[in-house]
Design a protein around this ligand. Structure first.
Ligand SMILES: [Fe+2]
Ligand SMILES: [Fe+2]
Length: 259
């Protein structure tokens, strides 16, 4: 089974870049299931119209993170559309944190978790949530995919050891900078961060002038606009054994798209 998992879509540049490349990536990799983290499609959060664009571009599942609830208009959609998942360790908010999807006539479990180190919203302990949620998904799924949305590399690497051998693929999201540590650990495909699908000329998606003013002065007044230049498209391709759910290949995807 072939899986495509694309990193945080950041702003209009990321959306347009994804729309331009995802159909071809799906064909090239023969994707049976395509997942996209959409939490920054609107900069912070994702509107229903942007969710539709991501699905139309080829996503089967949209995962979210700490910005899942920053656009109020998505609240009803998060609750009603089972293809959109927010972190499972924010259980008191609308929506769901895991789901079972069909690919190659098999059930595939997908779980989203938020980290706690350097993150807001006070999510429940992701390690305890992961134990419970993975045990539940294992009852019906051989193939389980996890998006661990976190700031700290330490927390994400620790999760690798918590879930190695128990899930098929564990990807980190949220930092918007792709790491070069893709690997297979006891049959689990792993990467600390997928990177983003967003503007190439940016500071993790935002205007460099805004980011520099923020860092230099402590407060920025130039407006937090999300630049619309050429996009960088980031993610992974992962090949998973249909019968045993083990990852046999993981490869990074990182390309620039002219818009
Ligand atoms: Fe995030
Ligand atoms: Fe993000």
């Amino acid at each position: 089974m072939n899986i495509l998992f694309m990193g945080d879509v950041a702003g209009e540049s990321g959306l347009r870049g994804l729309e331009k490349t995802l159909p071809e990536l799906r064909r090239t990799y023969g994707a049976d299931l395509t997942l996209v983290n959409g939490e920054n499609a609107a900069g912070v959060g994702m509107t229903p119209a942007q969710a539709e664009r991501i699905f139309y571009a080829g996503a089967d599942v949209i995962t979210l993170g700490n910005h899942a609830f920053d656009r109020r208009e998505i609240l009803n959609v998060i609750d009603s559309d089972a293809r959109i998942l927010r972190p499972a360790n924010l259980p008191r908010l609308p929506g769901r944190g895991s789901g079972i999807f069909e690919a190659k006539h098999r059930d595939v479990g997908v779980l989203v978790l938020s980290g706690r180190v350097g993150m807001d919203y006070s999510p429940d302990n992701p390690f305890i949530t992961a134990e419970k949620e993975v045990a539940e998904l294992q009852k019906s799924c051989r193939v389980i995919l996890v998006d661990f949305h976190g700031e700290a590399t330490s927390e994400k690497v620790a999760m690798k050891f918590a879930l190695a051998g128990k899930v098929s693929l564990l990807v980190g999201t949220h930092t918007h900078v792709q790491t070069a540590d893709e690997q297979i650990c006891s049959g689990t495909g792993y990467i600390t961060d997928l990177g983003m699908c967003g503007p190439e000329e940016s500071v993790i998606g935002v205007d460099p002038a805004w980011a520099l003013e923020q860092f230099r002065c402590g407060k920025a007044f130039t407006g937090k606009n999300w630049p619309e230049g050429d996009a960088v498209i980031s993610g992974v391709f992962c090949e998973i054994g249909d019968h045993d759910g083990k990852c046999v290949r993981i490869a990074r995807i990182l390309k620039t798209v002219k818009l």
